[in-house]
Design a binder for this molecule. Structure first.
Ligand code: FDA
Length: 582
Protein backbone atom coordinates (compact mmCIF):
# COMPACT_ATOMS: atom_id res chain seq x y z
CA UNK A 1 0.00 0.00 0.00
CA UNK A 2 1.00 3.64 -0.66
CA UNK A 3 2.97 5.14 2.22
CA UNK A 4 3.40 1.77 3.92
CA UNK A 5 6.80 0.81 5.21
CA UNK A 6 8.16 -2.15 3.32
CA UNK A 7 11.22 -4.24 3.86
CA UNK A 8 12.46 -7.76 3.29
CA UNK A 9 13.02 -8.74 6.91
CA UNK A 10 11.66 -7.20 10.09
CA UNK A 11 13.72 -7.99 13.18
CA UNK A 12 12.02 -7.46 16.53
CA UNK A 13 14.51 -6.89 19.35
CA UNK A 14 18.05 -5.51 19.50
CA UNK A 15 19.52 -7.96 22.01
CA UNK A 16 22.20 -10.47 21.04
CA UNK A 17 19.80 -12.43 18.79
CA UNK A 18 18.18 -9.39 17.13
CA UNK A 19 21.30 -7.23 16.92
CA UNK A 20 23.22 -10.11 15.36
CA UNK A 21 20.41 -10.93 12.91
CA UNK A 22 20.28 -7.27 11.85
CA UNK A 23 24.03 -7.29 11.28
CA UNK A 24 24.03 -10.54 9.30
CA UNK A 25 21.18 -9.31 7.10
CA UNK A 26 22.98 -6.04 6.41
CA UNK A 27 26.19 -7.92 5.65
CA UNK A 28 24.33 -9.99 3.08
CA UNK A 29 22.67 -6.94 1.56
CA UNK A 30 19.15 -7.91 2.57
CA UNK A 31 16.94 -4.87 3.26
CA UNK A 32 15.91 -5.04 6.91
CA UNK A 33 14.38 -3.01 9.70
CA UNK A 34 15.16 -3.71 13.34
CA UNK A 35 12.77 -2.35 15.93
CA UNK A 36 13.30 -2.33 19.65
CA UNK A 37 11.12 -1.28 22.50
CA UNK A 38 13.52 0.87 24.48
CA UNK A 39 15.46 4.06 23.88
CA UNK A 40 18.70 2.13 23.56
CA UNK A 41 20.29 -1.29 23.96
CA UNK A 42 20.61 -3.32 27.20
CA UNK A 43 21.06 -1.17 30.28
CA UNK A 44 22.44 -3.93 32.54
CA UNK A 45 25.50 -6.13 31.91
CA UNK A 46 23.63 -9.50 31.74
CA UNK A 47 25.38 -12.10 29.56
CA UNK A 48 29.14 -11.75 29.23
CA UNK A 49 30.95 -15.02 28.45
CA UNK A 50 31.60 -14.92 24.72
CA UNK A 51 32.83 -18.25 23.47
CA UNK A 52 35.13 -19.08 20.59
CA UNK A 53 32.31 -20.00 18.23
CA UNK A 54 30.71 -16.59 18.72
CA UNK A 55 34.05 -14.86 18.31
CA UNK A 56 34.53 -16.72 15.02
CA UNK A 57 31.22 -15.25 13.91
CA UNK A 58 32.40 -11.78 14.96
CA UNK A 59 35.58 -12.46 12.97
CA UNK A 60 33.47 -13.44 9.97
CA UNK A 61 31.66 -10.10 10.25
CA UNK A 62 34.98 -8.25 10.50
CA UNK A 63 34.27 -7.00 14.03
CA UNK A 64 36.38 -9.38 16.12
CA UNK A 65 38.86 -6.63 16.99
CA UNK A 66 36.05 -4.22 17.92
CA UNK A 67 34.64 -6.78 20.32
CA UNK A 68 38.06 -7.58 21.77
CA UNK A 69 38.76 -3.89 22.31
CA UNK A 70 35.75 -3.65 24.63
CA UNK A 71 36.23 -7.05 26.28
CA UNK A 72 38.24 -8.48 29.12
CA UNK A 73 40.80 -10.74 27.51
CA UNK A 74 40.87 -14.51 27.85
CA UNK A 75 43.89 -14.63 30.17
CA UNK A 76 42.00 -12.57 32.76
CA UNK A 77 38.90 -14.74 32.68
CA UNK A 78 39.55 -18.04 34.29
CA UNK A 79 40.96 -18.42 37.81
CA UNK A 80 37.51 -19.19 39.13
CA UNK A 81 37.33 -19.13 42.92
CA UNK A 82 34.99 -20.82 45.41
CA UNK A 83 35.15 -19.11 48.77
CA UNK A 84 33.27 -18.12 51.90
CA UNK A 85 33.58 -14.50 50.70
CA UNK A 86 36.03 -12.70 48.46
CA UNK A 87 37.96 -11.57 51.52
CA UNK A 88 37.30 -14.85 53.32
CA UNK A 89 38.61 -18.38 53.10
CA UNK A 90 39.08 -20.17 49.83
CA UNK A 91 37.43 -23.53 49.37
CA UNK A 92 39.07 -24.17 46.03
CA UNK A 93 39.76 -22.90 42.56
CA UNK A 94 39.32 -24.24 39.08
CA UNK A 95 40.93 -22.93 35.91
CA UNK A 96 38.01 -22.19 33.63
CA UNK A 97 37.07 -21.19 30.08
CA UNK A 98 40.18 -22.84 28.67
CA UNK A 99 42.70 -21.05 30.87
CA UNK A 100 44.12 -24.34 32.22
CA UNK A 101 47.33 -25.07 30.26
CA UNK A 102 45.94 -28.35 28.93
CA UNK A 103 42.65 -26.76 27.92
CA UNK A 104 44.40 -23.69 26.56
CA UNK A 105 45.91 -25.99 23.93
CA UNK A 106 42.45 -27.31 23.04
CA UNK A 107 41.24 -23.74 22.59
CA UNK A 108 44.24 -22.63 20.54
CA UNK A 109 43.99 -25.65 18.27
CA UNK A 110 40.24 -25.41 17.74
CA UNK A 111 39.83 -21.86 16.55
CA UNK A 112 41.53 -18.74 15.25
CA UNK A 113 39.50 -16.80 17.82
CA UNK A 114 39.79 -16.44 21.55
CA UNK A 115 36.95 -16.49 24.03
CA UNK A 116 36.54 -13.27 25.98
CA UNK A 117 34.25 -11.56 28.44
CA UNK A 118 32.12 -8.73 27.10
CA UNK A 119 29.02 -7.66 29.00
CA UNK A 120 25.88 -7.12 26.94
CA UNK A 121 26.04 -3.38 27.61
CA UNK A 122 29.19 -3.32 25.49
CA UNK A 123 28.40 -6.02 22.91
CA UNK A 124 24.94 -4.89 21.84
CA UNK A 125 26.01 -1.40 20.74
CA UNK A 126 28.74 -2.97 18.57
CA UNK A 127 26.22 -5.24 16.85
CA UNK A 128 23.62 -2.51 16.41
CA UNK A 129 26.12 0.08 15.22
CA UNK A 130 27.58 -2.23 12.59
CA UNK A 131 24.15 -3.40 11.48
CA UNK A 132 22.97 0.17 11.05
CA UNK A 133 26.17 1.32 9.34
CA UNK A 134 25.91 -1.53 6.85
CA UNK A 135 22.30 -0.92 5.92
CA UNK A 136 19.73 -2.11 8.45
CA UNK A 137 17.28 0.58 9.55
CA UNK A 138 17.17 0.66 13.33
CA UNK A 139 14.18 2.10 15.13
CA UNK A 140 14.45 2.53 18.87
CA UNK A 141 11.46 3.28 21.15
CA UNK A 142 9.35 1.21 18.80
CA UNK A 143 7.19 -1.50 20.28
CA UNK A 144 6.01 -4.56 18.47
CA UNK A 145 2.27 -5.09 19.01
CA UNK A 146 1.08 -7.91 16.76
CA UNK A 147 1.29 -9.39 13.28
CA UNK A 148 -0.64 -11.14 10.55
CA UNK A 149 0.85 -13.25 7.82
CA UNK A 150 -0.21 -14.87 4.59
CA UNK A 151 1.72 -16.66 1.87
CA UNK A 152 3.06 -13.37 0.50
CA UNK A 153 4.35 -11.73 3.62
CA UNK A 154 4.01 -10.47 7.16
CA UNK A 155 2.32 -7.29 8.32
CA UNK A 156 3.40 -6.17 11.76
CA UNK A 157 1.70 -3.49 13.77
CA UNK A 158 4.12 -1.45 15.83
CA UNK A 159 3.82 1.56 18.10
CA UNK A 160 6.06 4.59 18.25
CA UNK A 161 6.57 5.01 22.00
CA UNK A 162 7.28 8.72 21.68
CA UNK A 163 4.15 9.69 19.76
CA UNK A 164 1.93 6.75 20.64
CA UNK A 165 1.19 6.37 16.94
CA UNK A 166 0.66 2.88 15.59
CA UNK A 167 1.70 1.91 12.11
CA UNK A 168 2.37 -1.12 9.96
CA UNK A 169 5.57 -2.60 8.65
CA UNK A 170 5.27 -4.97 5.70
CA UNK A 171 7.99 -7.58 5.35
CA UNK A 172 8.66 -10.82 3.56
CA UNK A 173 9.89 -12.41 6.78
CA UNK A 174 9.98 -11.55 10.47
CA UNK A 175 12.43 -12.61 13.15
CA UNK A 176 11.08 -12.52 16.70
CA UNK A 177 14.14 -11.88 18.85
CA UNK A 178 12.05 -10.35 21.59
CA UNK A 179 13.59 -12.18 24.54
CA UNK A 180 12.43 -14.46 27.33
CA UNK A 181 8.98 -12.84 27.53
CA UNK A 182 8.57 -13.13 23.74
CA UNK A 183 5.15 -12.07 22.54
CA UNK A 184 5.93 -13.46 19.12
CA UNK A 185 6.72 -16.97 20.39
CA UNK A 186 3.41 -16.81 22.23
CA UNK A 187 1.48 -15.62 19.19
CA UNK A 188 2.94 -18.46 17.14
CA UNK A 189 2.09 -20.84 20.00
CA UNK A 190 5.48 -22.48 19.60
CA UNK A 191 5.46 -25.85 21.33
CA UNK A 192 7.67 -25.80 24.41
CA UNK A 193 8.96 -28.19 27.04
CA UNK A 194 9.80 -27.07 30.56
CA UNK A 195 8.93 -24.36 33.03
CA UNK A 196 9.56 -20.70 33.70
CA UNK A 197 10.43 -19.20 37.09
CA UNK A 198 11.75 -22.33 38.78
CA UNK A 199 14.02 -20.31 41.11
CA UNK A 200 14.42 -16.68 42.10
CA UNK A 201 17.53 -14.59 41.51
CA UNK A 202 18.46 -10.99 42.15
CA UNK A 203 21.12 -9.04 40.33
CA UNK A 204 22.92 -6.23 42.14
CA UNK A 205 25.41 -4.17 40.17
CA UNK A 206 27.92 -2.10 42.08
CA UNK A 207 31.20 -0.27 41.93
CA UNK A 208 33.97 -1.04 44.41
CA UNK A 209 37.70 -1.37 44.01
CA UNK A 210 38.48 -5.03 44.72
CA UNK A 211 41.81 -5.20 42.86
CA UNK A 212 43.78 -6.02 45.99
CA UNK A 213 41.56 -9.05 46.64
CA UNK A 214 41.31 -10.53 43.17
CA UNK A 215 44.01 -9.43 40.76
CA UNK A 216 46.29 -12.28 41.85
CA UNK A 217 43.56 -14.76 40.87
CA UNK A 218 41.92 -13.02 37.93
CA UNK A 219 38.53 -14.40 37.02
CA UNK A 220 35.15 -13.34 35.83
CA UNK A 221 33.46 -15.47 38.50
CA UNK A 222 33.90 -15.66 42.28
CA UNK A 223 31.47 -18.13 43.85
CA UNK A 224 30.49 -17.58 47.43
CA UNK A 225 29.25 -20.25 49.81
CA UNK A 226 27.68 -18.77 52.92
CA UNK A 227 24.28 -18.96 54.60
CA UNK A 228 21.53 -18.53 52.02
CA UNK A 229 23.81 -19.40 49.10
CA UNK A 230 21.90 -22.58 48.33
CA UNK A 231 18.46 -20.97 48.27
CA UNK A 232 17.13 -20.18 44.77
CA UNK A 233 19.62 -18.49 42.49
CA UNK A 234 22.03 -20.16 40.14
CA UNK A 235 23.73 -22.71 42.38
CA UNK A 236 25.63 -20.50 44.82
CA UNK A 237 26.24 -16.81 45.49
CA UNK A 238 28.13 -15.16 42.67
CA UNK A 239 30.30 -12.06 42.49
CA UNK A 240 30.93 -11.48 38.83
CA UNK A 241 33.43 -9.12 37.31
CA UNK A 242 31.95 -6.59 34.92
CA UNK A 243 35.08 -4.46 34.54
CA UNK A 244 38.37 -5.50 36.19
CA UNK A 245 38.40 -4.86 39.08
CA UNK A 246 36.02 -2.11 40.06
CA UNK A 247 32.66 -2.91 38.50
CA UNK A 248 30.75 -5.98 39.63
CA UNK A 249 27.49 -7.84 39.51
CA UNK A 250 26.19 -10.05 42.29
CA UNK A 251 23.72 -12.83 41.66
CA UNK A 252 22.03 -13.93 44.85
CA UNK A 253 19.08 -16.26 45.12
CA UNK A 254 15.74 -16.02 46.85
CA UNK A 255 12.95 -18.47 47.53
CA UNK A 256 10.57 -18.03 44.63
CA UNK A 257 7.70 -19.66 46.53
CA UNK A 258 7.70 -16.64 48.86
CA UNK A 259 6.82 -13.02 47.99
CA UNK A 260 9.72 -11.32 46.14
CA UNK A 261 12.15 -9.60 48.51
CA UNK A 262 12.41 -5.83 48.34
CA UNK A 263 16.00 -4.73 48.01
CA UNK A 264 16.59 -1.09 48.75
CA UNK A 265 20.09 0.38 48.69
CA UNK A 266 20.70 -0.57 52.28
CA UNK A 267 19.78 -4.22 51.74
CA UNK A 268 21.85 -4.31 48.55
CA UNK A 269 24.90 -2.86 50.32
CA UNK A 270 24.43 -5.48 53.05
CA UNK A 271 24.49 -8.31 50.49
CA UNK A 272 27.52 -6.84 48.71
CA UNK A 273 29.50 -6.42 51.93
CA UNK A 274 28.61 -9.90 53.06
CA UNK A 275 29.66 -11.61 49.79
CA UNK A 276 32.81 -9.52 49.49
CA UNK A 277 33.50 -10.12 53.18
CA UNK A 278 34.46 -6.55 54.07
CA UNK A 279 31.95 -5.12 56.56
CA UNK A 280 32.79 -1.46 55.85
CA UNK A 281 33.50 -1.78 52.11
CA UNK A 282 33.09 1.46 50.20
CA UNK A 283 30.45 0.59 47.61
CA UNK A 284 28.24 2.38 45.15
CA UNK A 285 25.12 0.46 44.13
CA UNK A 286 24.35 1.06 40.45
CA UNK A 287 21.39 -1.25 39.89
CA UNK A 288 19.17 -4.00 41.26
CA UNK A 289 16.67 -6.32 39.66
CA UNK A 290 14.87 -9.57 40.29
CA UNK A 291 14.61 -12.32 37.71
CA UNK A 292 13.35 -15.85 37.48
CA UNK A 293 15.41 -18.87 36.48
CA UNK A 294 13.88 -20.82 33.65
CA UNK A 295 14.17 -24.27 32.19
CA UNK A 296 12.26 -24.10 28.95
CA UNK A 297 12.92 -24.68 25.27
CA UNK A 298 10.83 -24.66 22.12
CA UNK A 299 10.74 -27.79 20.00
CA UNK A 300 9.72 -25.92 16.86
CA UNK A 301 10.98 -22.42 16.21
CA UNK A 302 8.91 -20.94 13.40
CA UNK A 303 5.60 -20.73 11.66
CA UNK A 304 5.24 -19.70 8.02
CA UNK A 305 7.28 -16.56 7.50
CA UNK A 306 7.93 -15.84 11.15
CA UNK A 307 10.90 -17.23 13.12
CA UNK A 308 11.92 -16.88 16.73
CA UNK A 309 15.51 -16.73 17.94
CA UNK A 310 17.39 -16.32 21.21
CA UNK A 311 15.74 -16.39 24.62
CA UNK A 312 12.40 -16.47 22.82
CA UNK A 313 13.14 -20.16 22.16
CA UNK A 314 15.54 -21.16 24.97
CA UNK A 315 15.39 -19.97 28.55
CA UNK A 316 17.89 -21.13 31.13
CA UNK A 317 20.18 -19.88 33.90
CA UNK A 318 23.50 -18.21 33.00
CA UNK A 319 25.43 -21.35 33.99
CA UNK A 320 27.85 -22.34 31.17
CA UNK A 321 27.53 -18.82 29.75
CA UNK A 322 25.43 -19.94 26.81
CA UNK A 323 22.62 -17.34 26.66
CA UNK A 324 23.99 -14.66 24.42
CA UNK A 325 26.24 -17.10 22.51
CA UNK A 326 23.40 -19.39 21.51
CA UNK A 327 21.19 -16.42 20.59
CA UNK A 328 23.82 -15.06 18.19
CA UNK A 329 24.40 -18.54 16.78
CA UNK A 330 20.65 -19.02 16.15
CA UNK A 331 20.61 -15.91 14.00
CA UNK A 332 23.79 -16.98 12.22
CA UNK A 333 22.04 -20.22 11.25
CA UNK A 334 18.82 -18.52 10.17
CA UNK A 335 19.88 -15.41 8.30
CA UNK A 336 21.92 -16.92 5.46
CA UNK A 337 18.99 -19.24 4.73
CA UNK A 338 16.57 -16.32 4.52
CA UNK A 339 19.06 -14.48 2.31
CA UNK A 340 19.43 -17.45 -0.03
CA UNK A 341 15.65 -17.64 -0.37
CA UNK A 342 15.13 -13.88 -0.81
CA UNK A 343 17.83 -13.83 -3.50
CA UNK A 344 16.12 -16.71 -5.27
CA UNK A 345 19.04 -19.11 -4.88
CA UNK A 346 17.33 -21.60 -2.59
CA UNK A 347 13.84 -23.00 -2.29
CA UNK A 348 11.80 -21.65 0.67
CA UNK A 349 11.56 -25.22 1.98
CA UNK A 350 15.13 -24.89 3.33
CA UNK A 351 13.83 -22.44 5.94
CA UNK A 352 12.27 -25.32 7.84
CA UNK A 353 15.78 -26.60 8.59
CA UNK A 354 16.17 -23.69 11.00
CA UNK A 355 13.96 -25.63 13.41
CA UNK A 356 15.43 -29.00 12.53
CA UNK A 357 18.94 -27.75 13.20
CA UNK A 358 18.49 -25.32 16.07
CA UNK A 359 15.74 -26.90 18.20
CA UNK A 360 18.10 -29.73 19.29
CA UNK A 361 20.66 -27.10 20.25
CA UNK A 362 18.04 -25.24 22.30
CA UNK A 363 17.22 -28.45 24.15
CA UNK A 364 20.87 -29.29 24.68
CA UNK A 365 21.87 -25.94 26.14
CA UNK A 366 18.81 -25.52 28.36
CA UNK A 367 19.42 -28.99 29.77
CA UNK A 368 23.16 -28.42 30.20
CA UNK A 369 22.80 -25.04 31.91
CA UNK A 370 20.19 -26.27 34.38
CA UNK A 371 22.18 -29.43 35.13
CA UNK A 372 25.26 -27.31 35.82
CA UNK A 373 23.33 -25.06 38.15
CA UNK A 374 22.01 -28.08 40.05
CA UNK A 375 25.43 -29.70 40.21
CA UNK A 376 26.47 -27.12 42.78
CA UNK A 377 24.70 -29.39 45.23
CA UNK A 378 27.74 -31.71 45.12
CA UNK A 379 29.89 -28.90 46.41
CA UNK A 380 27.47 -28.30 49.27
CA UNK A 381 27.28 -32.05 49.94
CA UNK A 382 31.08 -32.34 49.96
CA UNK A 383 31.20 -29.62 52.59
CA UNK A 384 28.37 -31.21 54.56
CA UNK A 385 26.02 -28.28 54.07
CA UNK A 386 22.33 -29.13 54.03
CA UNK A 387 19.34 -26.96 53.13
CA UNK A 388 18.01 -24.93 56.03
CA UNK A 389 21.12 -25.42 58.17
CA UNK A 390 21.74 -22.77 60.81
CA UNK A 391 24.59 -20.38 59.88
CA UNK A 392 26.75 -21.47 62.84
CA UNK A 393 26.39 -25.16 61.88
CA UNK A 394 27.24 -24.31 58.30
CA UNK A 395 30.37 -22.49 59.46
CA UNK A 396 31.36 -25.54 61.52
CA UNK A 397 30.95 -27.83 58.53
CA UNK A 398 33.08 -25.57 56.34
CA UNK A 399 35.65 -25.36 59.13
CA UNK A 400 35.88 -29.15 59.31
CA UNK A 401 37.56 -29.33 55.90
CA UNK A 402 40.73 -28.18 57.66
CA UNK A 403 40.66 -30.87 60.35
CA UNK A 404 43.48 -33.47 60.57
CA UNK A 405 40.83 -36.17 60.95
CA UNK A 406 39.19 -38.85 58.82
CA UNK A 407 36.14 -36.64 58.43
CA UNK A 408 38.33 -33.73 57.35
CA UNK A 409 40.18 -35.93 54.85
CA UNK A 410 36.89 -37.19 53.42
CA UNK A 411 35.71 -33.63 52.93
CA UNK A 412 38.91 -32.74 51.11
CA UNK A 413 38.59 -35.79 48.86
CA UNK A 414 34.91 -35.08 48.15
CA UNK A 415 35.79 -31.50 47.26
CA UNK A 416 38.15 -32.73 44.56
CA UNK A 417 35.32 -34.70 42.97
CA UNK A 418 32.83 -31.83 43.29
CA UNK A 419 35.32 -29.42 41.73
CA UNK A 420 35.99 -31.80 38.83
CA UNK A 421 32.29 -31.88 38.06
CA UNK A 422 32.31 -28.09 37.63
CA UNK A 423 34.31 -28.56 34.44
CA UNK A 424 30.96 -29.36 32.84
CA UNK A 425 29.92 -25.80 33.58
CA UNK A 426 33.15 -23.91 33.04
CA UNK A 427 35.14 -25.97 30.54
CA UNK A 428 32.45 -27.44 28.31
CA UNK A 429 34.39 -26.81 25.13
CA UNK A 430 32.51 -29.58 23.32
CA UNK A 431 29.16 -27.94 24.05
CA UNK A 432 30.51 -24.59 22.90
CA UNK A 433 32.20 -25.73 19.70
CA UNK A 434 30.59 -29.02 18.74
CA UNK A 435 27.14 -28.16 17.43
CA UNK A 436 26.27 -30.74 14.78
CA UNK A 437 23.37 -30.43 12.37
CA UNK A 438 21.20 -33.12 10.85
CA UNK A 439 18.62 -31.90 8.36
CA UNK A 440 17.37 -32.03 4.79
CA UNK A 441 20.14 -29.67 3.67
CA UNK A 442 22.95 -31.72 5.14
CA UNK A 443 23.85 -34.63 2.90
CA UNK A 444 24.81 -37.16 5.55
CA UNK A 445 27.28 -39.92 4.77
CA UNK A 446 26.25 -41.73 7.92
CA UNK A 447 29.24 -40.52 9.93
CA UNK A 448 29.39 -38.30 13.01
CA UNK A 449 32.26 -36.62 14.83
CA UNK A 450 34.18 -39.28 16.76
CA UNK A 451 36.36 -39.13 19.83
CA UNK A 452 37.28 -40.98 23.01
CA UNK A 453 36.92 -38.00 25.29
CA UNK A 454 33.70 -36.66 26.79
CA UNK A 455 31.71 -34.88 24.07
CA UNK A 456 30.52 -32.10 26.41
CA UNK A 457 34.02 -31.28 27.62
CA UNK A 458 36.01 -31.81 24.44
CA UNK A 459 35.40 -30.52 20.94
CA UNK A 460 35.74 -33.21 18.27
CA UNK A 461 37.41 -32.16 15.06
CA UNK A 462 35.43 -33.55 12.16
CA UNK A 463 34.41 -32.94 8.58
CA UNK A 464 31.38 -35.23 8.77
CA UNK A 465 28.52 -33.45 7.00
CA UNK A 466 26.75 -31.40 9.69
CA UNK A 467 29.93 -30.54 11.60
CA UNK A 468 31.59 -27.13 11.73
CA UNK A 469 34.49 -26.72 9.32
CA UNK A 470 37.69 -27.44 11.30
CA UNK A 471 40.16 -24.62 11.80
CA UNK A 472 43.70 -24.91 10.46
CA UNK A 473 46.19 -22.15 9.73
CA UNK A 474 46.80 -21.96 6.00
CA UNK A 475 47.88 -19.17 3.68
CA UNK A 476 51.07 -17.91 2.15
CA UNK A 477 54.58 -16.80 3.00
CA UNK A 478 53.21 -13.41 4.04
CA UNK A 479 49.65 -14.05 5.14
CA UNK A 480 48.36 -16.65 7.57
CA UNK A 481 44.60 -17.23 7.58
CA UNK A 482 42.23 -19.75 9.07
CA UNK A 483 40.39 -22.24 6.90
CA UNK A 484 37.30 -20.58 8.40
CA UNK A 485 38.39 -17.27 6.86
CA UNK A 486 38.30 -18.84 3.40
CA UNK A 487 34.61 -19.70 3.61
CA UNK A 488 32.59 -16.48 3.50
CA UNK A 489 29.09 -15.87 4.78
CA UNK A 490 27.79 -14.82 1.35
CA UNK A 491 28.71 -17.96 -0.57
CA UNK A 492 28.96 -21.73 -0.52
CA UNK A 493 32.58 -22.83 -0.55
CA UNK A 494 34.11 -25.96 -1.98
CA UNK A 495 37.39 -27.11 -0.39
CA UNK A 496 39.70 -29.46 -2.20
CA UNK A 497 43.43 -30.16 -2.64
CA UNK A 498 45.94 -29.97 -5.48
CA UNK A 499 44.89 -33.23 -7.15
CA UNK A 500 41.27 -32.16 -6.70
CA UNK A 501 41.51 -29.29 -9.23
CA UNK A 502 38.74 -30.93 -11.26
CA UNK A 503 36.38 -30.17 -8.34
CA UNK A 504 37.26 -26.48 -8.64
CA UNK A 505 36.47 -26.59 -12.35
CA UNK A 506 33.23 -28.37 -11.53
CA UNK A 507 32.39 -25.69 -8.96
CA UNK A 508 32.62 -22.97 -11.62
CA UNK A 509 30.36 -24.93 -13.91
CA UNK A 510 27.81 -25.76 -11.20
CA UNK A 511 27.74 -22.17 -9.91
CA UNK A 512 26.88 -20.98 -13.42
CA UNK A 513 24.38 -23.77 -14.03
CA UNK A 514 22.48 -23.17 -10.76
CA UNK A 515 23.08 -19.42 -10.62
CA UNK A 516 24.35 -19.47 -7.04
CA UNK A 517 27.51 -18.18 -5.38
CA UNK A 518 29.98 -21.05 -5.01
CA UNK A 519 33.65 -20.37 -4.41
CA UNK A 520 36.34 -23.00 -4.84
CA UNK A 521 39.33 -23.13 -2.52
CA UNK A 522 42.27 -25.35 -3.38
CA UNK A 523 44.66 -25.98 -0.52
CA UNK A 524 48.15 -26.84 -1.69
CA UNK A 525 51.50 -25.34 -2.67
CA UNK A 526 50.98 -22.18 -4.74
CA UNK A 527 47.21 -22.73 -4.75
CA UNK A 528 44.47 -20.60 -3.09
CA UNK A 529 46.19 -21.24 0.24
CA UNK A 530 49.09 -23.40 1.32
CA UNK A 531 48.77 -25.96 4.07
CA UNK A 532 51.46 -24.19 6.10
CA UNK A 533 51.75 -26.76 8.90
CA UNK A 534 50.05 -29.66 7.09
CA UNK A 535 47.40 -29.36 9.79
CA UNK A 536 44.69 -29.23 7.15
CA UNK A 537 45.87 -32.56 5.70
CA UNK A 538 45.68 -34.03 9.20
CA UNK A 539 42.15 -32.77 9.81
CA UNK A 540 40.27 -32.84 6.54
CA UNK A 541 39.32 -36.57 6.76
CA UNK A 542 39.02 -36.72 2.97
CA UNK A 543 41.72 -37.51 0.43
CA UNK A 544 43.65 -34.72 -1.22
CA UNK A 545 41.42 -35.15 -4.26
CA UNK A 546 38.27 -35.29 -2.14
CA UNK A 547 35.94 -32.33 -1.59
CA UNK A 548 34.07 -30.58 1.19
CA UNK A 549 31.08 -28.37 0.46
CA UNK A 550 30.81 -25.73 3.17
CA UNK A 551 27.70 -23.65 3.87
CA UNK A 552 27.81 -19.92 4.57
CA UNK A 553 27.61 -20.66 8.31
CA UNK A 554 30.74 -22.80 8.05
CA UNK A 555 28.97 -26.11 8.58
CA UNK A 556 29.78 -28.88 6.16
CA UNK A 557 26.89 -29.69 3.85
CA UNK A 558 28.37 -32.57 1.91
CA UNK A 559 31.67 -34.30 1.31
CA UNK A 560 33.27 -36.65 -1.16
CA UNK A 561 36.14 -38.71 0.20
CA UNK A 562 37.98 -38.72 -3.15
CA UNK A 563 37.63 -37.62 -6.75
CA UNK A 564 34.39 -38.61 -8.45
CA UNK A 565 34.02 -39.90 -11.98
CA UNK A 566 31.87 -36.93 -12.86
CA UNK A 567 32.64 -34.23 -10.26
CA UNK A 568 30.25 -31.67 -11.78
CA UNK A 569 27.34 -34.10 -11.63
CA UNK A 570 28.16 -35.13 -8.04
CA UNK A 571 28.55 -31.56 -6.89
CA UNK A 572 25.47 -30.34 -8.69
CA UNK A 573 23.40 -33.12 -7.15
CA UNK A 574 24.66 -32.29 -3.66
CA UNK A 575 24.24 -28.54 -4.01
CA UNK A 576 20.70 -28.94 -5.30
CA UNK A 577 19.81 -30.82 -2.11
CA UNK A 578 21.41 -28.10 -0.04
CA UNK A 579 19.40 -25.49 -1.93
CA UNK A 580 16.21 -27.46 -1.52
CA UNK A 581 15.85 -27.69 -5.31
CA UNK A 582 14.32 -30.79 -6.71
P1 FDA B 1 17.18 -10.10 24.92
O1 FDA B 1 16.30 -10.23 26.09
O2 FDA B 1 18.58 -9.74 25.15
O3 FDA B 1 16.60 -9.02 23.94
C1 FDA B 1 15.23 -8.87 23.68
C2 FDA B 1 15.05 -7.64 22.84
O4 FDA B 1 13.72 -7.55 22.45
C3 FDA B 1 15.38 -6.35 23.57
O5 FDA B 1 16.10 -5.52 22.70
C4 FDA B 1 14.01 -5.75 23.87
O6 FDA B 1 14.05 -4.37 23.90
C5 FDA B 1 13.24 -6.26 22.69
N1 FDA B 1 11.79 -6.37 22.89
C6 FDA B 1 11.13 -7.15 23.77
N2 FDA B 1 9.80 -7.01 23.60
C7 FDA B 1 9.64 -6.14 22.59
C8 FDA B 1 8.50 -5.57 21.94
N3 FDA B 1 7.24 -5.90 22.28
N4 FDA B 1 8.72 -4.69 20.95
C9 FDA B 1 9.96 -4.33 20.56
N5 FDA B 1 11.05 -4.85 21.14
C10 FDA B 1 10.90 -5.73 22.13
N6 FDA B 1 22.87 -14.59 30.53
C11 FDA B 1 24.11 -14.99 30.81
O7 FDA B 1 24.65 -15.78 30.04
N7 FDA B 1 24.76 -14.53 31.92
C12 FDA B 1 24.18 -13.66 32.78
O8 FDA B 1 24.77 -13.28 33.79
C13 FDA B 1 22.91 -13.22 32.50
N8 FDA B 1 22.28 -12.34 33.31
C14 FDA B 1 21.05 -11.87 33.00
C15 FDA B 1 20.46 -10.93 33.80
C16 FDA B 1 19.23 -10.43 33.48
C17 FDA B 1 18.59 -9.41 34.38
C18 FDA B 1 18.59 -10.88 32.32
C19 FDA B 1 17.25 -10.33 31.93
C20 FDA B 1 19.19 -11.83 31.52
C21 FDA B 1 20.41 -12.34 31.84
N9 FDA B 1 21.04 -13.28 31.03
C22 FDA B 1 22.26 -13.70 31.35
C23 FDA B 1 20.42 -13.83 29.84
C24 FDA B 1 20.91 -13.14 28.59
O9 FDA B 1 20.80 -11.78 28.78
C25 FDA B 1 20.06 -13.63 27.44
O10 FDA B 1 20.30 -15.01 27.22
C26 FDA B 1 20.29 -12.89 26.14
O11 FDA B 1 20.15 -11.51 26.32
C27 FDA B 1 19.28 -13.35 25.11
O12 FDA B 1 19.32 -12.54 23.98
P2 FDA B 1 18.03 -12.21 23.13
O13 FDA B 1 18.51 -11.31 22.06
O14 FDA B 1 17.35 -13.45 22.77
O15 FDA B 1 17.04 -11.46 24.11
Amino acid sequence: PKGAIETDVLVVGSGPAGGAAALFLAELGIPAIMITKYRYTANTPRAHITNQRTMEIMRDMGIERQVEAEATEHAQCGDTVFCTSINGEEIGRILTWGVHPARQADHTLASPSSMCDIPQTYLEPILVQNASKRGTHTRFSTEYISHKQDDKGVVATVRDRLTGEQYEIHAKYMIGADGARSIIAQELALPTIGKMDIAGSMNITFKADLAAHVSDRPSVLYWVIQPGANIGGIGAGLVRMVRPWNEWLIVWGYDISKPPPSIDDEAAIGIVRSLVGIPDLDVEITGRSLWGNNELYATHLQQGRVFCAGDAIHRHPPSNGLGSNTSIQDSYNLVWKIAQVVKGHADPSILETYSTERAPVAKQIVTRANKSSREFVHLFDALGIRPGMAPEDMAKEIEERKAPTKAGAKKRADLVTAMDLKNYEFNAHGVEMGQFYESDIVVSDGTRPKGDKDADLYYRVSTSPGARLPHAWVGSRTNKVSTLDLAKYNTYTLFTGTTGAAWAEAAKKVAAELGVPLTAVIIGPQQTAEDLYYDWARQREVDEDGALLVRPDKHIAWRSISMAKDPAAELSGALKKVLGRK
